[in-house]
Ligand binder design. Structure first.
Ligand code: HEM
Length: 213
């Protein structure tokens, strides 16, 4: 949710604003979950200390806490973000899951994020799940071939097929990181074949844009 917020108009909490045409109504945001956790934190903070902590800061801190709670490293979060007042579905320009990597690279570059940033940030998929309806096409009848996408590591095919049967519940969910869905670790990137190229072994420095946050 923090990524979806930051990608559109910066990290200003605009993803949280309700409204018939607000950002959260746009297609890429309809799968976001957990708004109630942010709303509860905001309600408690307002009760304890009114008009002091922005929703944008709460969302940024929640992202860090989610990583820490699942076993990842923490980092210092400078605070003081102001909440945006504008939230429009038509501004949402997030990269899509079916976009080719080149398009994802271009979308990130438009936000001053480089390819290392893209790979690093996509490693965020070490936790969380995806809806079966979204992923199962590649596991049963890829491009009408009647077979799984041959670029998928064959070890994962039966796992996802069992979790997301072809005619089963599309809203059932499957872990994004087989075997360690609730752990913030490096297995998502180690599992990703990156188009059958070399696997990721080392961590080059991310771009200054990402370090500055
Ligand atoms: C090219 C950029 C990205 C694409 C195309 C993408 C796509 C997706 C898709 C399709 C899902 C599954 C949605 C669903 O079915 O509910 C998902 C889930 C998720 N994504 Fe991304 N994502 C991107 C970048 C990121 C980044 C940068 C992060 C964090 C740093 C991130 C964190 C997550 C998390 C934590 C989930 C699990 C959500 C849940 O369990 O409800 N994603 N992403």
């Amino acid at each position: 949710m923090h990524f979806h917020d930051c990608f559109v108009r910066g990290c200003d909490g605009s993803i949280l604003l309700a409204g018939n045409t607000s950002e959260r109504t746009a297609v890429p945001n309809r799968s976001l979950r957990g708004f109630e956790a942010i709303e509860e934190a905001k309600a408690r903070l307002e009760a304890a200390c009114p008009r002091t902590v922005s929703c944008a800061d709460i969302l940024t801190l929640a992202a860090r806490e989610a990583v820490v709670l699942t076993g990842g490293q923490g980092w210092r979060v400078p605070l003081g973000r102001l909440d945006g007042r504008i939230s429009q579905a038509s501004d949402v320009n997030l990269p899509g899951p079916f976009d080719p990597v080149d398009k994802q690279k271009r979308d990130f570059a438009a936000k001053t994020l480089n390819t290392i940033d893209l790979v690093t940030l996509v490693g965020g998929h070490t936790i969380g799940t995806a809806g079966c309806g979204l992923v199962r096409g590649r596991f049963f009848n890829f491009n009408g071939t009647g077979r799984p996408d041959p670029s998928i590591d064959p070890r994962f095919v039966p796992l996802v097929q069992a979790r997301c049967p072809q005619t089963g519940d599309a809203s059932a969910r499957v872990g994004l990181d087989a075997g360690s869905v609730g752990r913030f670790d490096t297995s998502f990137l180690r599992n990703a074949p990156f188009n059958n190229g070399p696997r990721v072994h080392c961590w080059p420095r991310p771009s200054a844009a990402l370090v500055k946050g």
